[in-house]
Design a protein around this ligand. Sequence first.
Ligand code: GDP
Length: 534
Amino acid sequence: MLDVTPNRPDLPSEIARRRTFAIISHPDAGKTTLTEKFLLYGGAIQMAGQVRAKGEARRTRSDFMQMEKDRGISVSASAMSFDFGTFRFNLVDTPGHSDFSEDTYRTLTAVDAAVMVIDGAKGVESQTRKLFEVCRLRDLPILTFCNKMDRESRDTFDIIDEIQENLAIDVTPASWPIGKGRDFIGCYDMLNDRLELMDRADRNKVAESIKINGLDDPALAEHVPAELVEQLREELEMARELLPELNPQSVLEGHMTPIWFGSAINSFGVRELMEGIGTYGPEPQPQSALPRQIAPDEDKVTGFVFKVQANMDPKHRDRVAFLRMASGHFRRGMKLTHVRSKKPMTISAPVLFLASDRELAEEAWAGDIIGIPNHGQLRIGDTLTEGEALRVTGIPSFAPELLQSCRAGDPMKAKHLEKALMQFAEEGAAKVFKPAFGSGFIVGVVGALQFEVLGSRIELEYGLPVRFEASQFTSARWVTGPRDKVDAFTAANKAHIAHDHDGDIVYLTRLQWDIDRIERDYPDVTLQATKEMM
Ligand code: GDP
C-alpha cells in the first residue's frame, strides 16, 4: 500500500504519517456511509453497520434524544483513529445536525483538513456551504468526494462548475466518472491512469483496478463499452483543456480542491479518496497560540481542548475532554500543566478512540486526539503544556441566536439548577447568562432543538425538572473595552447586563437598534458576537 509522502521529511515519521481531518456535508449526502467505509478500509471495523446505527439515530428527534442519553455511542464516534497503509488517520466527527453548528465550528479547529462530501444529484447544499465557509476561515485544505454516482447524477462539468462558482475554489478532477446512473461503470483515475470498475453485486468489495497506459490503451475497450470510451475521451480532453491541473501546493493552501467521484455505499472511490488524503492532505500543522505559535515537531508536548462531553455515565459525574495534540510525543502518565489554572495534571487514563472501542492511549503524537477523563477542570479552549505558559487561540464561542429564560420546577432547587447549567455551559452545550437584576437564568443556544435536549439532560442527569420560557431578550453580545468605559456602560444599562459562566460581561437586548445605538453612544465599548474561549 501507500508510503508516507515525503512532504516534510524533516518531521519525525510518527508525525509525518498522521492525517487529522473531518468530513463536512449536508445531511443525507453520505457522511455516515463514507465514515463506515473508511473504517472498513482502515481495518477498524469488521462489518459495515456499526456506524450506521448512529447515523440512523439522528433521523428522528426521539431517537436523537435517546442517542444523547446513550452518551457512549456519540462519544466513541467523536474521534476515530485507524491506519491506512503507512498512514494514521484521525477522523474527527462533526455533529451532523444544523442545530449544533457551534460545536461543529469548534471541531473544525482540531483538524488539518476536511473532506467535503456532496451528493452527485444535488451538488452543493446549504449546510455544505456553511461548513465550507468555516473551513475557509482557516484556509483548511479540502478534498471533495462526489457521492452516489451509482444513481442518476448531474453532468460532471456542471457539478465542478457549481463548486467553483458557489464556493469560489478551483476544482481539479482526480477521477472522472464513466457513464451515468444505471450505466455508471466506474471511474478513470486521472492521477494514476487507472481504470476503476465498480462491482454492483458486492457492496463491500474493493473496486477492481486496471492499470491503463493512457486513453489510447486498447485495454480500455476491453473493459468499457465503445460508446462510453468515446464519451470518456471527449470529456477528458475537454476537462484537461478547461479545468486546472492538480497543484498540491494550491490544495494545501485551500485554494484548490481535488474531486473524486464514487459511491460510498458500493465502497467505490473510497480507497482513491483515502490515498488522496494521504498524499495531498497535510501532516499536522502548526497551531496558533500566544505568545508564540506551536510547531508540531517541538519536543515538548502541548495540546488543547476543543470539545468536552459530560455525564457519559450519569452515576459518576465524569467528563471527557477531547484534546488535540499540537506537538510532541505524549506518553501515558505524563504530568502536564493546565495553563489556565497553572496547576499540574497527571494524565493517567487518556483514551484513544478506535472505531467503536475505546482503549487506553499509551502514547500519542502531534495530530492525535485523546480523551481525558476529568472532573470538570478541563474546559473548551484550555491548553496543556509541559510548563510553558502557552495559550492556544482561534477557538471561538458564538453569540447564541435563541434565548430563553430557565427556571427550576421547584424554586428551592435554584442552586442545583445553577450547577447543572454551569456544567452545560462549560461543556459548550449552551450559553448561560446570569442577569445582574432579578433571579433565574437566561440560556442561549444556536438551534431550538438544543433547549429540548438540555431540558431532558438536566432532568435525567440531575433529577431536576426545568421550565424554559420566552425571554424578553433575543440577542447577546460580549462587552469589551477599557475598564472605566465598560463600568460606565454597565452602570447605565443595568437592566440589560448579565454575566456568562466565565464571569464575562454580556449585554442582552431585543433590538438590533439598541446595539447600533450603543456603538454610537459608547465608541470605546465593543459589543462582540463571538468570544475567544480561554
Ligand atoms: P449522512 O446523513 O450524510 O450521514 O448520510 P448517510 O450516510 O446516512 O446516507 C444517507 C442515505 O444515502 C442512506 O440511505 C444511504 O444508504 C444512502 N447512500 C449513501 N451513499 C450512497 C451511495 O453511494 N449511493 C446510493 N444510491 N445511496 C447512498
